[in-house]
Each structure stands twice: as C-alpha cells, then as structure tokens.
Design a protein around this ligand. Structure first.
Ligand SMILES: Nc1ncnc2c1ncn2[C@@H]1O[C@H](COP(=O)(O)OP(=O)(O)OP(=O)(O)O)[C@@H](O)[C@H]1O
Ligand SMILES: [Mg+2]
Length: 308
C-alpha cells in the first residue's frame, strides 16, 4: 500500500509566517546545539500537530516518545524517561489537556529543570528533553502548564492554496494522476484540514481504481462528492448541514442536545464539527447555547443550499 508521510520540515506546508517561526525555532536550537525549548501545538484535529512533533524528533535525530494525556494517569509511565540517554528525546504528550493534575506537577519539574521527581525525596536528572504538548482544546490548558511552554504554535484552518500544495504532495505519494481543477475542488471540500484532504484522496483512489480512471478529473470529483453527500459549493458535509439545520429549529441549543440530535458524541461534535463551523462563521456560541449566524441561517433555511 502506498502511504503518505510528510518527510521533512521543508515538505511541511504551513502558512508562511508560521513556517518561518517553526524554521527559526529549529535553526536557533541547532545553532545552540541543543533541543528546542518546550512547545505547545494547538488547533483543529488533522492539521499537523502530531506530524510536526515527529518531524522535530527526526530533525534533531532523537527518539520520539509519545503519551496520550488521558492515559498518563500516574507517574509510573514517566519513569521510562530515566532510561533515555544523550542526545535526549522529544517527549510528545497528545491531548495534554486531559492529563491529571498529579502528572502535570511531575511534568512541571521536568519542564523547568529536567528533573524527574519519583517521590518527595528521590529525583533523577534526565537526558535533554523537548516537551511537545498538543491539544485540540487550548481553552482547557491550565495556566501553569500554558506558561511553561516557551513556544505556542497555533495550527491553522488551511487556505485553499495551502491545501492544494498539500494535496499535490499526497497525490504524488499515492501515485495518482489528477487534473489541477480536480485538485482545486478537493481543497475546497477538505474543510481546511490536511487529514480531510487525505481521506478524500484515499477514497478517490479507490474510485479511480474501480472505474479504471487513468487521471482523476473535475467530473470524477463531482460524482464522488455527490455519492458522499458533500456540498461542492459550500465545502460542507451532509452532517455539517444537518447540524446547522438542527440549530435552526431552536433559538439556542446546547452542544449536548445538538450532538444527540445528530447521532454524534458531544466530543465528536465539538472536535470534528463545531470548531470549523464557528471559524467559518456559521455558528456563534452565546451564554445560552449555540445559535446560527446570518451565514448559518442561509444554509439552514435553504437559500444557500448547494448541490444536495
Ligand atoms: N501541514 C501539512 N502539510 C502536509 N501534510 C499534512 C500537514 N498537516 C497534516 N498533514 C497530513 O494530515 C494528516 C493528519 O495530520 P496529523 O495527524 O499530524 O494531525 P493532528 O493535528 O495531530 O490531528 P489530531 O488533533 O487529530 O491528533 C497526516 O496524514 C499528515 O501527514
Ligand atoms: Mg495528532
């Protein structure tokens, strides 16, 4: 199976200002012959946080040690850090906002002076570590944790031009052939995230194989979108539109009720749908719940319905 993997920082597409920031962080650490300072990566799911952590470990030729914040519920797992030798490692804690407070206390010491305190009297000096925390819920990061990260890197909702570049790399990795117009449409229906683009490409690959299509064209993407109920004009999925319609039935509605009405868990709704719909200006959060903006109303009440 062909796979897609961003191979280097060079290949990692980001908005220019952010890319410069990342490159500067890396260059400065290399010049100082050390690992970069600790960094917090935040933003929508599928925007490249895990990828960047992996690329930084690769760039500095050190191991990548990954923990899930929610699984890191005791200090025990952190004791394996004692075994790391020079030149150190990237300690990547995914969804770090879910780590419990006990673990965070231990982490604070690691981040401040590189000591792992096993108990009140026993401590170990660790090999150099670059702690990289990732979160899709920046608002849930406790202040003491937030302030210990030197770099805070916001991951964007990608623009169409950026996604087009990413899609071209993916298409190449999957050994597909695709027209520029088809690429443009895929970037439009990817909701600003490389992961969504990747999903579309992988599904389109199946489509091309089954139909013996040598080059994927605009028409192929259009019939694919129709099959998967994706609105080509708005770039929204059937679920996005259903969510907007269910908000439209109320003045305001809670995230929980909204999730239930659309057969989603509250977490799924919040992570995979709401952030994008807010950022794109379809929904507002008020004190009493979620409500539609004028743009959202246009979709919910039908004036801006696209092709479904
Ligand atoms: N900036 C980028 N350039 C090229 N490819 C990217 C970029 N960002 C992400 N990708 C690709 O998109 C997919 C998802 O990226 P990744 O897993 O790093 O996202 P994430 O932010 O960690 O998501 P989550 O919050 O769900 O953990 C991967 O296949 C990755 O290769
Ligand atoms: Mg990730």
């Amino acid at each position: 199976m062909n796979t897609y993997d961003v191979k280097s920082i060079d290949e990692f597409v980001l908005p220019q200002a952010l890319k410069n920031k990342v490159v500067t962080i890396i260059k400065s650490a290399k010049k100082r012959e050390t690992l970069p300072d600790h960094m917090l990566l935040y933003g929508l799911p599928g925007t490249g946080k895990t990828t960047l952590a992996r690329l930084i470990a690769k760039e500095f030729n050190v191991a990548l040690i990954t923990f899930e914040g929610a699984m890191l519920n005791s200090a025990d797992k952190l004791t394996q850090l004692v075994n790391i030798i020079e030149p150190g490692a990237v300690l990547f804690i995914d969804e770090i906002h879910s780590s419990n407070s006990k673990v965070l206390e231990i982490l604070y010491n690691i981040m401040e002076d590189n000591f792992l305190w096993l108990n009140e009297t026993t401590k170990f000096l660790l090999a150099p570590l670059c702690v990289i925390g990732a979160t899709t819920q920046i608002q849930d990061i406790p202040k003491p944790l937030y302030t210990r990260f030197i770099y805070k890197i916001p991951f964007p909702v990608y623009k169409e031009e950026e996604l087009t570049q990413i899609i071209k790399q993916m298409v190449k990795a999957f050994k597909l052939s695709i027209t520029d117009n088809a690429t443009k449409i895929i970037s439009k229906i990817s909701k600003g995230t490389p992961r969504m683009a990747r999903t579309h490409i992988q599904l389109l690959k199946d489509y091309a194989v089954i139909k013996d299509i040598p080059e994927i064209t605009e028409t192929d993407v259009q019939s694919y979108a129709k099959e998967y109920k994706i609105d080509l004009n708005l770039g929204l999925s059937a679920t996005d539109i259903a969510i907007l319609k269910s908000i439209g039935e109320y003045n305001t509605i809670s995230a929980r009720t909204l999730a239930i009405k659309n057969n989603l868990t509250e977490e799924e709704y919040l992570k995979n749908y709401e952030i994008f719909l807010i950022q794109e200006g379809y929904i507002d959060i008020t004190r009493t719940g979620r409500m539609l903006t004028d743009k959202g109303k246009e979709v919910a009440y039908g004036q801006r319905n696209g092709n479904i």
